[in-house]
Ligand binder design. Structure first.
Ligand SMILES: NC(=O)c1ccc[n+]([C@@H]2O[C@H](COP(=O)([O-])OP(=O)(O)OC[C@H]3O[C@@H](n4cnc5c(N)ncnc54)[C@H](OP(=O)(O)O)[C@@H]3O)[C@@H](O)[C@H]2O)c1
Length: 334
């Protein structure tokens, strides 16, 4: 058990507090809802207070049972947890975001979320567990108008007090430039892929400069990610020489170096594991023995712009390849 008070907190732009590290709950198509929810139960006992959930992970109902039991047994109070969930791409129509949030609240057995995210910035659907070459014939490029249809519902949920922070995920600077001026309630959090080999310095700095706290997914480089997210040439973060050198110097697993680096840089990593030894170590490592400035600098230089979750299953007919999803030319790809 790690004392949750020993885990540093960050303050969001609206003054609300959030732990500097949380636990992911995507079973990576390997672990079912039962295993993931058991890990959440263990993680609460071990001191985690932030959980990154999503309706598409297919496990919110069982995680909700775990939360309910933890509250009933006074293991933790609701107000001590920071619970994130996300609306999935097939619920972007008028009214759908409200329905999706209602289902998540019911499944998680809570009457508010600490943060609610738009999981992907378009309605392009892929079936859970699909292969990397799966495509939807109905997929469309990003549309500011369609995104704002979603965001107006997010703002409604915020107004109702059902969600306390709004967040976006898998965004780019051009898309943020298009939508931020239109937001009445601005996002305080943005979830993005962040690990030593993929540091996204421009998007990271853009978020910080706009009062948006980055949350980093795949913080360990997601070594067991689904096959659809694996490609030739992908870098293995825990085998980077700079990460291995720091691991050796501190006598720890390279995974923990990735998490220390993430927290010391300023993002909120949300590592996933169903193994008690690993998830306990992941939380503990951010409370002790920080990386040196020199180690931080060496890892900064290890960036290789290696995106792992390329998102090609969301491509629309006629799109060139997955790079189109990330507006690499500096404007929104249509
Ligand atoms: N917004 C989005 O679009 C999006 C996309 C992807 C992910 N996410 C979120 O981000 C979370 C984390 O991403 P992820 O699970 O893909 O990647 P990750 O956290 O980088 O990697 C998880 C893997 O690392 C291993 N691991 C964890 N702790 C370890 C340790 N201490 N030592 C050695 N190995 C360790 C785990 O293996 P074992 O199971 O063997 O411990 C697991 O397979 C997800 O669960 C989800 O909540 C969000």
């Amino acid at each position: 058990m790690i004392d949750p008070n020993a885990v540093p907190m960050r303050t969001l732009s609206n003054g609300r507090k959030i732990p500097c590290i949380g636990m992911g709950t995507f079973g990576s198509d390997r672990y079912g809802a039962q295993e993931v929810s058991e890990a959440v139960a263990g993680a609460i006992r071990c001191g985690y207070r932030l959980f990154d959930c999503a309706s598409v992970y297919g496990n919110e109902a069982l995680i909700g049972e775990v939360f309910a039991q933890a509250f009933a047994e006074a293991v933790v109070k609701r107000e001590e947890l920071f619970i994130i969930s996300k609306v999935w791409n097939d619920m972007h129509g008028k009214g759908d975001v409200l329905l999706s949030c209602a289902k998540t609240l019911r499944d998680l057995q809570v009457d508010y979320l600490d943060a609610y995210f738009v999981h992907w910035p378009f309605a392009n659907y892929h079936a859970p567990g699909c292969g990397g070459d799966s495509r939807s014939p109905d997929a469309k490029p990003f549309s500011t108008e369609d995104f704002m249809t979603v965001w107006r519902q997010m703002e409604r949920l915020y107004d109702l007090g059902l969600v306390r922070n709004l967040g976006m995920s898998n965004m780019t600077i051009p898309k943020l430039e298009a939508v931020l001026p239109l937001c009445r309630v601005r996002p305080t959090l943005l979830e993005m892929e962040l690990h030593p080999a993929f540091q996204q310095p421009r998007l990271y700095d853009y978020c910080v400069g706009h009062g948006i706290q980055p949350v980093g997914f795949c913080p360990i480089g997601s070594p067991n990610r689904p096959a659809r997210d694996k490609a030739d040439g992908d870098i293995v973060d825990i085998a980077l020489p700079q990460v291995e050198a720091a691991a050796k110097a501190h006598g720890i697993h390279p995974a923990l170096v990735c998490l220390k680096w993430a927290v010391q840089r300023g993002q909120i990593p949300i590592p996933f594991s169903v193994h008690e030894k690993n998830y306990t170590g992941n939380l503990q490592c951010v409370t002790e023995d920080p990386l040196t400035e020199e180690e931080m600098e060496q890892i900064r230089k290890a960036d290789q712009n290696c995106r792992l979750v390329k998102g090609q299953v969301f491509l629309w007919p006629g799109a060139t390849d997955w790079h189109a999803l990330w507006d690499e030319q500096g404007m929104i790809a249509r």
